[in-house]
Design a protein around this ligand. Sequence first.
Ligand code: TXA
Ligand code: MG
Length: 309
Amino acid sequence: MMTEMMDSDNPKALKKASVLLRKGEIVALPTETVYGLAADALNEKAVKKIFKAKGRPQDNPLIVHISDFSQLDVLAAEVNSQSLELMKKFWPGPLTLILKRGDVPDVTTAGLDTVALRMPSDDFMRNLISETGPLAAPSANISGRPSPTRAEHVHRDLAGKIPLIINGGACRHGLESTVIDARDSPVILRPGAVSREDIEKVIGKTELNEEGKAVSPGMKYRHYSPETPLKLVESEDFLEFVETHKCYSISFSGLKADRMFDNLEQGAREIFDVLRKADMKHDLIVVEKPEPKGLGLALLNRLEKASVN
Ligand code: TXA
Ligand code: MG
């Protein structure tokens, strides 16, 4: 299959993408977090193509993206007040809510009785959803590879497997959405671009899911990994480790390294790109362990999954 790449500000891009999606095709497109690989969330055949293109395990459910609160009625069977509060505060934006499932096919939710919903803030994606209806979209990478934050990353992984990539440049956040189940006592299933601290300001005490203890099926798989082994090292040991090992080094707090980030926001935005670029060119990638606060929690989660420690 020929894969076409089109800029998101090309006036023909929206039409092209919506025609393909309504025909049951899959399209890669930018969101404010990472690039997504989208299909009509209500079209079983179309959604199956996502799993095939990514090599994604069938038991890993997809996030359904909406553009308008009115779409909730069909997709969710029930929206409790706490979940609604979070939506009102963080939508459109990088927060995904787990809700009792409404009218959504089994392939999309991997047969669960819940559905994951998010309203992205990216203009192109929202305008597209207004034309096509709700879109199921996981990250647009081959399963297990670092998430794609630039159209080139998508092209590298999926060229030849999908008809269209919409290029919107580098993603604003660079880390995936926060996934939360707030139907009862709130639990963060995947830390992400909205911090735990910001969520707690709205709904109070929020637990962090302990790894292995259920619940976001995707979290059990190896993820985000470069081929080159990646090692996480505490800040206080970082400089000595880097001096005594042959490696490519990455720091987030200004410590001398091959790639120095000034702060966590910048680190989060570019980490997947840096990992992809360093991959296969070095024997070892060494990364300073970020503090698990604010965006650092999500960054640490992704790095731990990518690491060999
Ligand atoms: O920022 C994002 O969330 C990006 C963009 C494209 O929206 N999408 C994304 O999708 O990261 P994906 O498929 O890579 O990750 C979705 C996560 C997985 O860990 C999956 O298991 C979890 O959400 N998930 C989906 N539906 C769920 C459900 N019903 N219950 C629990 N976890 C669910
Ligand atoms: Mg993913």
